[in-house]
Design a protein around this ligand. Sequence first.
Ligand SMILES: O=C(COP(=O)(O)O)[C@@H](O)CO
Length: 248
Amino acid sequence: MTPGVRPLIAGNWKMHGTLAEATALASGVAAGATEKAELLVCPPFPHLVPVAEALRGKAVALGAQDCHAAAKGAHTGDVAAAMLKDLGAAYVILGHSERRADHGESDAAVKAKAEAALAAGLVPVVCVGESEAQRLSGEAEAVVAGQLAGSLPEGFAAAGGVVAYEPVWAIGTGRTPTEDDIAAMHARIRAELEKAFGEAGKTLRILYGGSVKPSNAKGILALPHVDGALVGGASLKAEDFLGIAAAL
Ligand SMILES: O=C(COP(=O)(O)O)[C@@H](O)CO
């Protein structure tokens, strides 16, 4: 944890759940909200408005899982950052490895989306992380440093932008890096943020993501420069998600 920084526990619901399940999950998370951490849920697009209504007046922030780089226009199937802001979202996840893989998103594309998010008043949560082959060949830190250099726009720090380190091979697999490896990568990310943004880079939140669950959260969240978690599977049950926040 970075001293003086309020941790963020974020749930990425990915492409899961019915509308009824989404609103029930949001209400369950809100019922257990804690002062210890900021809680954030990121439902699929169709569930954003009803979840925003379920969270009205509650201490849980709302985020989306993507936005388009353009402010508006002829982009069938896409969603503009300002539309997300308008419905009550505060954050948007960008550059998740699943989007990088499924939609061919490059660092430059992620940067353009982050610029659009900032222009609309959303806080970008920019995801970075190495593949298993890159980890095994000793390139992990260089890969992540390159992704940060290519993906983070000017203004990111001033807006309180968030970086999520998510090793691709740890997502949905039940495997995690060792705590030493997580700590080393987060220290490297902190150094890159300070290089890019100076003093402001010292307190930007860096989340860890990849198979976080209540049973491993305590050790991970206690590591230096781990300022919260981006949670996938375990965010789909309010009890598990809140159990991760309770590990702080
Ligand atoms: O992908 C993520 C991790 O998913 P897990 O199911 O927790 O491994 C991260 O973005 C949170 O969705």
